[in-house]
Design a protein around this ligand. Structure first.
Ligand code: AGP
Length: 614
């Protein structure tokens, strides 16, 4: 969501803060701000700008403000519009302390009322400004600074990570973390602070991840860490390696396109990695082989694209490992009735490993002492740290907001895991396990080749035509239904074209009324003969109402293709991997539509890559 970046040390900080914010812009880009202490007299200086980070960086370039202690922020709006006034940092009444924040202060309304009654004057609609004013009030009413801070962190409800700098404490940066991520990079006589270590990977690989419900007082060369009761905590420094090569577009016009093309390789790296850990897989996942053999049910949670991958994986676990599997949206899971079942496994699927809804679901299950595993792309993520076990996809860093290679590697990893579980349970043989790995590689090959087969037609003819439609319908059946949901989401998020998805069999129960020649219907086929025949019948229902049909079909599915106004045909693969085979072309097609419409594809409006608020 929002990103916070900070610096304290022996160098001027403006350049680093801007660079750090640039790397974290995937987290939000509605507005941005910077504050530092003036080296001459410790006066708080600041600049804020509406819109993308470029606006702030242009203004900062023409300004002389800089210092040895500074903070910066890019915002993904939660409370109040994306205006300059609502941009962070926010201040107390005297403008002596400033705060940048990621998260949501849930009791902000009540606190604001109390503070207004006490005479505080607010300048923004944000929940963050409450933190600055409450801190100001508590500094007056408490004897020591630390006592005020302890009361502050305990008065705030919700999930938050914030950094504060103060005129009266010019050698210290204050960091607070509850549920939202925050880490410190330890340099030589300098400390780097950020929501994500990506902000400072080039500066140091020594990182302290703030534990949940902790606060830190950070100086040039020392850190004090406390829990919310004020008890000192040990400082655990980790050495982290991060590949920042991902930050090059390598000749592609967008990160999304580059990432679409990286999928075949990412899938093969994921399989190689899984093969390597095959013999210790259960210890990796934090369960015993006996527990895996006895496993009676699986429950998967995720959001957005990760939820779609989980919905596809449900078919893997039920078909291959014969294990009943439920999939829930993480944001719903926590607020539903929960019936703990023994011999079950809870899997959280998340590219970032930081999505607040999914992380809270993990915490909820952890509290009940049931086994949790994270299937994620980020080894240093909160989900990896907080789950009992984890499985890492090898997608490499994904920069574009729209998930592509993370999705396909999640499918690959979950397919592999379903097979591995079936092997452990004695349902399949080692030879079948090996074949399943081959099947994945074949599907990855088809994923890439199909882009090559159709790319010129899409670029030269189809993208322009389909970019002109204002609304679309997506249909699938069985495993192609969650895939159709993913296709609809992809189109919505990057092109802003309205896209609605249904299971094809549901069409006649209402949505058929939407069919007309102005609303293309995208149909995703299945290789199973029975399901295929049903999909053909559903497509005929659309054609009979003068609908315009685009099909994604498999070789030999001529009847379906003949019904279509446009068809893409894929070689046959393992039927459970049909969606994986179609992934590349689907993404490429919607990418070209969005490009035709001139959308900011890598950073679509209103969205952020990592959603760390509930
Ligand atoms: C995908 O294109 C989306 N931008 C979004 O739905 C994303 O998948 C979702 O927010 C979950 O993120 P995660 O995988 O990092 O948990």
């Amino acid at each position: 969501m929002c990103s916070v970046v900070g610096y304290i040390g022996n160098r001027y900080c403006k350049k680093f803060v801007l660079e750090g914010l640039r790397r974290l812009e995937y987290r939000g880009y509605d507005s941005a701000g910077f504050a530092c202490l003036n080296p001459e007299d410790n006066r708080l200086l600041y600049l804020k700008a509406e819109g993308k980070l470029d606006n702030l960086s242009d203004e900062l370039e023409n300004s002389s403000i800089d210092g040895f202690l500074g903070i910066g922020h890019t915002r993904w709006a939660t409370h109040g519009l994306s205006t300059e006034q609502n941009a962070h940092p926010h201040f107390d009444c005297q403008k002596k302390l400033s705060v940048v924040h990621n998260g949501i202060v849930e009791n902000h309304h009540e606190l604001r009322q109390q503070l207004v009654q006490a005479g505080h004057v607010f300048h923004s609609e944000t929940d963050t400004e409450i933190i600055a004013h409450l801190f100001e009030a508590l500094l007056i009413s408490h004897k020591t600074f630390k006592a005020a801070l302890i009361e502050l962190v305990n008065r705030l409800e919700g999930a938050f990570a914030f950094v504060s700098i103060m005129q009266d404490l010019p050698d210290t940066m204050i960091l607070v973390r509850k549920r939202s991520p925050l880490c410190i990079g330890i340099g030589d006589g300098q400390m780097f602070v950020a929501s994500d270590l990506l902000a400072f990977v080039k500066k140091t690989n020594k990182v302290l991840f703030l534990p949940d419900k902790s606060f830190a007082l950070v100086r040039n060369d020392m850190i004090e860490l406390y829990d919310f009761s004020g008890k000192a905590l040990p400082i655990v420094i980790q050495e982290i390696d991060v590949d920042i090569d991902a930050h090059e577009k390598k000749g592609h016009s967008h990160y999304m396109l580059k990432e679409i093309y990286e999928q075949k390789n990412a899938i093969s790296e994921t399989i190689d990695f899984l093969k390597k850990i095959d013999s210790q897989i259960w210890s990796h996942l934090g369960i015993s082989s006996e527990y895996a053999k006895e496993l009676e049910s699986i429950s998967i949670v995720g959001c957005g694209t990760s939820w779609h991958a989980a919905r596809i994986a449900q078919f893997f676990f039920e078909t291959i490992a014969l294990t009943p599997t439920k999939v829930n949206l993480a944001s719903e899971f926590r607020y539903m009735n929960f019936f703990p079942s023994k011999n079950s496994l809870y899997i959280a699927v998340s590219q970032s490993g930081e999505t607040a809804d999914t992380l809270e679901a993990v915490r909820f299950v952890n509290d009940i002492k049931l086994p949790t595993i994270a299937v994620t792309n980020v080894a240093s993520s909160s989900m990896v740290r907080e789950s009992d076990g984890f499985l890492l996809t090898q997608a490499g860093q994904e920069i574009a907001v729209a998930s592509t290679k993370a999705f396909s590697t999640q499918i690959a990893a979950l397919f592999w895991l379903a097979n591995r579980l079936a092997l452990e349970k004695g349902i399949i043989t080692r030879k079948q396990m090996d074949l399943s790995q081959e099947d994945l590689l074949v599907a990855a090959e088809v994923l890439e080749n199909s882009i090559e087969n159709y790319k010129f037609d899409i670029i030269q003819r189809h993208a322009k035509k389909y970019a002109a439609y204002k609304k679309t319908i997506f249909l699938g059946r069985n495993i192609s239904y969650p895939f159709a949901m993913e296709a609809a989401l992809k189109l919505k998020e990057i092109s802003y074209v309205f896209a609605q998805c249904y299971p094809a069999g549901e069409l006649k129960h209402g949505p058929l009324a939407l069919i007309d020649s102005e609303t293309p219907v995208f149909v995703f086929s299945h290789q199973d003969p029975l399901l295929y025949s049903k999909i053909v019948a559903n497509t005929q229902e659309v054609k009979a109402r003068d609908g315009h049909v685009v099909v994604f079909a498999f070789e030999g599915q001529d009847e379906l293709c003949e019904l279509a106004d446009l068809s893409f045909v894929f070689p046959r693969v393992n039927p459970l991997l049909g969606p994986l085979a179609m992934t590349g072309l689907m993404q490429f097609f919607v990418y070209q539509i969005a490009k035709e419409l001139g959308r900011p594809i890598d950073k679509p409006r209103n969205l952020a890559k990592s959603v760390t608020v509930e």
